[in-house]
Design a protein around this ligand. Structure first.
Ligand code: ZN
Ligand code: ZN
Length: 277
């Protein structure tokens, strides 16, 4: 495919500002050691590790992070100001409500979220965007503590072994052709087969392929003809530094547009709906 789409600088600016907010809430938590039994249960029940630690959010920090995320959005997207004010009035007035909303969001309680949106008549996409960016750093703090505690040799799911979210992108790490999926929410990486579709688990290489754009040896799109799903992929062999996938996802938005133009779907989660305007 020819690279014919440029991502507007304003879009990247917004995500860089959001990444800065994430960075502010990065924190080293006290180490948590899971028991062998927890790890076995996690594997047997396909239950993400976050289920086995006392995942707790601090009300005050959540309130603060939510406020900063809203502020960044209002600055970069003046058109959203009214919807943001309505949202803040609805959720930020009650700190306990905000905390529990963030937790329900992290656990992907989509029924609750849909009910909340309908009941309070707030903008659902905006709510998802703000909750995603509010919760991301806190869940990532837990994920770093839990790093290496899941059985990477045995976990073969298409969702994150730590938090249960879907991958944002795949990466080829360069070490013995190891392919990993990178969690959209907590940044955990787990091994995944080189030739397997992370949407429908199709392993038939005849129906798996990829799209690339001219002169790009780092980023490509893995596609599946069976489910018409796609995932963007980074070839880390050709990179000097580790990526911040939250930003890489946005910097490679042209690949989403191209893949979608070719008839493939991203389908990351019902709840991350990124603002692409
Ligand atoms: Zn995760
Ligand atoms: Zn598929």
């Amino acid at each position: 495919l020819a690279k014919s789409i440029e991502i507007p600088a304003g879009v990247i600016g917004l995500y860089e500002a959001l990444a800065e907010v994430h960075g502010k809430y990065r924190e080293e938590l006290r180490p948590v050691k899971l028991t062998r039994r927890d790890k076995d249960t996690s594997l047997a029940q396909k239950a993400p590790l976050l289920n086995f630690v006392a995942f707790q959010l601090e009300v005050e920090k959540v309130r603060q992070a939510f406020g900063e995320v809203c502020e960044v959005l209002a600055q970069h997207r003046p058109k959203l100001k009214r919807a943001l004010i309505k949202l803040q009035k609805t959720v930020a007035g009650d700190e306990r409500l905000l905390k529990s909303l963030v937790e329900k969001f992290v656990w992907q309680d989509n029924n609750y979220m849909a009910g909340f949106v309908a009941k309070n008549k707030v903008n659902g996409e905006l709510l998802a965007l703000t909750l995603f960016n509010t919760s991301k750093p806190f869940v990532a703090n837990y994920a770093r503590v839990l790093e290496g505690q899941f059985r990477d040799d045995l976990w073969r799911e298409n969702f994150c072994p730590v938090c249960g979210w879907k991958p944002v992108m795949a990466a080829n790490t360069g070490e013995s052709r190891r392919r990993v999926l990178h969690c959209a929410l907590c940044d955990t990486e787990w091994s995944f087969k080189n030739l397997e579709c992370p949407h429908c688990l199709n392993e038939d290489h005849e129906t798996l392929g990829y799209l690339t754009v001219e002169d790009d040896e780092v980023y490509r799109v893995n596609i599946c003809e069976k489910c018409k799903g796609y995932i963007k992929s980074v070839n880390e062999e050709n990179l000097f530094t580790r990526e911040n996938f939250f930003l890489t996802d946005i910097k490679t938005l042209h690949l989403d547009l191209l893949a979608q133009r070719e008839g493939y779907c991203r389908e990351v989660s019902n709840w991350i709906t990124k603002d692409k305007n």
